[in-house]
Design a protein around this ligand. Structure first.
Ligand code: B12
Length: 215
């Protein structure tokens, strides 16, 4: 195992431990070893998926998941400023409205996307979680040219399609690039509901959004 692999495993194990102090210590150790913010976040995001699997199998319970989520949020508080300081920005800028769709409170991945898009030079209007459809529409009417929707549950995925339908009905479709993401979302689903960008990760989302902005 390389030194990087050892550090990556320590980060993953810390998230899976669901203990905030262990998570923060692993992040500090990784930073001290020179690991950059983006790989730290990506490794930890993947480990959160494993936390979900353990939860599903009944090996851990809701308080554990909440604690791992708190560790993840605290990590973003620590790494966010570093990400912003190292950001390369972009020559052009655009307003991005982003949020987790109505009925869904999962916001960790959405917030990571917000931070990375902001580092990519976008002007972020983050509406948070459980966002009513109309709020996305209002932001588009007020000048947002990118609309990012996150959904983590099979029961809320279709809210993305409903929102796109309203965007079309209101004659706003040509004004906005629609981006969708979240663990159950796939490229196939994104194509089916008529989204422009599917982002598997925050860095991929930022690259794809930048490519459209600069095209
Ligand atoms: C953490 C978590 C919670 C936390 C959320 C805390 C928070 N503030 O977000 C809490 C404990 C509150 C929670 C609650 C619930 N949860 Co939960 N939760 C999870 C868990 C373990 C991890 C999610 C996560 O944060 N992943 C890490 C992030 C970084 O990954 P990500 O969100 O996928 O984001 C990345 C990409 O997808 C992408 N991306 C994300 N958003 C966007 C947006 C755009 C625009 C783009 C382009 C890209 C993009 O970029 C991100 C970063 O790289 C998942 C398991 C899983 N496998 O996903 C279950 C999971 C999503 N939860 C689940 C369930 C069922 C629930 C509850 C209903 C449980 C309950 N019985 O009460 C409630 C939901 C209540 C509600 N109405 O929403 C199920 C959903 C099952 C399903 N098929 O629908 C899962 C899959 C667990 C499971 N296996 O059962 N949960």
């Amino acid at each position: 195992m390389t030194e990087y692999d050892v550090r990556a495993k320590a980060l993953k194990d810390a998230v899976i431990s669901c203990k905030v102090p262990e998570i923060l210590k692993a992040v500090e150790d990784a930073k001290a070893d020179g690991m950059e913010a983006v790989p730290i976040i990506e490794i930890m995001s993947e480990a959160m998926g494993e936390v979900g699997v353990l939860f599903e199998r009944g090996r851990i319970f809701l308080p554990h998941v909440l604690s791992a989520a708190a560790g993840m949020n605290k990590t973003m508080e620590i790494l966010g400023p570093e990400l912003k300081a190292n950001s390369t920005g972009n020559e052009k800028s655009a307003i991005v409205v982003i949020g987790t769709v109505e009925g869904d409170v999962h916001d960790i991945g959405k917030s990571i996307c917000s931070t990375m898009l902001q580092c990519g030079g976008f002007d972020i209007h983050d509406l948070g979680r459980d966002v009513p459809k109309q709020l996305f529409i209002d932001e588009i009417k007020n000048g947002a040219t990118f609309c990012g929707m996150s959904a983590l549950m099979t029961s809320t995925m279709m809210v993305m399609k409903d929102t796109i339908d309203i965007i079309v009905e209101q004659g706003l479709r040509d004004n906005v690039t629609v981006m969708v993401g979240g663990a159950p979302i796939t490229q196939v689903f994104a194509d089916k509901i008529g989204a422009d960008i599917y982002g598997e990760s925050a860095s991929e989302t930022t690259e794809k959004a930048k490519a459209i902005l600069n095209s």
